[in-house]
Design a protein around this ligand. Structure first.
Ligand code: XIL
Length: 384
């Protein structure tokens, strides 16, 4: 049985590591001279303690997403994964498409293997995701209509959540429900919204809580990090959604910030991001960084990119870890050998991308150092 971690505000919360501000971030990204050397010095860490232990020393959880196919076929990767990670997120195996071959059947074979792998290696398991507009099975459209949608949704959540009840740390109950637009409080037009109206989010959280009263229930979303008008609107709409859910007594416990971050000179605004995290925390919600990786699609220069990518990890993580409500950091994969971005955000010059802590040979690289040093410098949380 897995206990939910509860954090209390650390007295060191405000005195955390120094944080890069937007301008510094922009400048550094455009300064190519002697970068490799500077990068290595900047990301020096002491010892070879794995990420999971460095995080745990501060009351934090570090984990990563992985695929069943990879964990079952690459023994060395599986070993490295267990060494570095205290949490496993099945990247696709708990999505509808994977679990629901037919309207009648649930296929837990791959996700059960992963749950077992996590348990064997003393890792927490995290569920992703119960409600999403993507990764729906082919039969969904022909089978689900207004008359049966509530039944289909609640049966799915009941069955899946009960299956892992007591053995799962948290669930992404709803994923990516907001897009910054001017209609319906920014609610994305999804099959669920069309079939069930705005109450589908509340229905999903209430059903999940009843099926597993112990799991941490998370609202997860992307594109919340940058300093631009569209993202500012999205942050406000996500906050409004969370406020509305809380005010109605809906059992939502945390916000998941995906954090697929571009290594292009877009930049964060430290103050705006901190204020957002504070507002989320003030709703009595935890915050998880759920899918971090660094996209280099727009990073035209091929030199020095490991240092730039590591710089994004360091800047972003040191900023968010200053907020005591942030208690978990997950990267969307562990090794560059297996990253979804190879297909979803390739480089224009075709060079292999390097968005994750380990390289394609499973060796630690500068991004690993940056994450390690962000954990080492993070203000400690106290686990109740
Ligand atoms: C991605 C997986 O990593 C890919 O293997 C799959 O083909 C598509 O989905 N945001 C999410 C994740 O919430 O579910 C996505 O995962 C990455 C973006």
């Amino acid at each position: 049985m897995i206990k939910r971690r509860t954090l209390i505000v650390s007295s060191l919360g405000a005195a955390g590591a120094g944080v890069a501000i937007a301008n510094h971030y922009l400048n550094r990204h455009q300064a190519p001279e002697q970068p490799q050397k500077r990068g290595i010095a900047r990301f020096a860490v002491t010892g070879d303690t794995p990420l999971r232990e460095r995080a745990a020393d501060k009351g934090l959880i570090y984990g990563a997403a992985a695929q069943h196919q990879v964990l079952t076929t690459n023994v060395e990767f599986a070993q490295r994964f267990a060494q570095e990670c205290a949490m496993l997120v099945p990247a696709n195996e708990l999505k509808w498409q994977a679990l629901r071959p037919t309207p009648e059947r649930f296929d837990f074979s791959r996700s059960d293997w992963m749950a077992n792998f996590a348990q064997r290696h003393n890792m927490l398991l995290r569920g992703h995701t119960l409600v999403w507009h993507r990764a729906l099975p082919k039969w969904f459209e022909e089978t689900v209509d207004r008359t049966n949608a509530a039944k289909v949704l609640t049966e799915h959540i009941n069955t899946v959540v009960q299956h892992y009840a007591g053995n799962i740390h948290s669930w992404d109950v709803v994923n990516e429900a907001i897009v910054p637009n001017k209609t319906k409080d920014g609610l994305r037009q999804t099959p669920w919204l069309r079939l069930l109206g705005v109450d589908y989010i509340e229905m999903a959280f209430r059903t999940a809580a009843a099926a597993d009263p112990q799991a941490l229930l998370v609202y997860n979303d992307n594109n919340l990090e940058y300093d631009n008008a569209k993202t500012a609107v999205k942050r406000t709409q996500v906050l409004k959604l969370l406020e509305r859910l809380k005010s109605r007594g809906v059992p939502v416990h945390a916000l998941g910030i995906q954090s697929h971050i571009g290594a292009s000179p877009q930049g964060f605004n430290a103050k705006k991001l901190r204020d957002f995290l504070k507002e989320v925390a003030s709703l009595d919600l935890k915050i998880l960084i759920t899918e971090m990786d660094v996209l280099e699609k727009n990073l035209l220069e091929a030199n020095n990119r490991d240092a730039i990518i590591a710089g994004v990890y360091q800047d972003y993580l040191s900023l968010v870890l200053d907020e005591p409500a942030v208690n978990t950091v997950i990267t969307w994969g562990l090794s560059d050998r297996y990253t979804w971005l190879t297909n979803f955000a390739p480089r224009q010059d075709g060079a292999p991308i390097r968005p994750l802590p380990l390289d394609a040979q499973l060796e630690r690289k500068l991004a690993w150092n940056a994450i390690a040093s962000a954990f080492d410098q993070a203000p400690p949380r106290q686990v109740k």
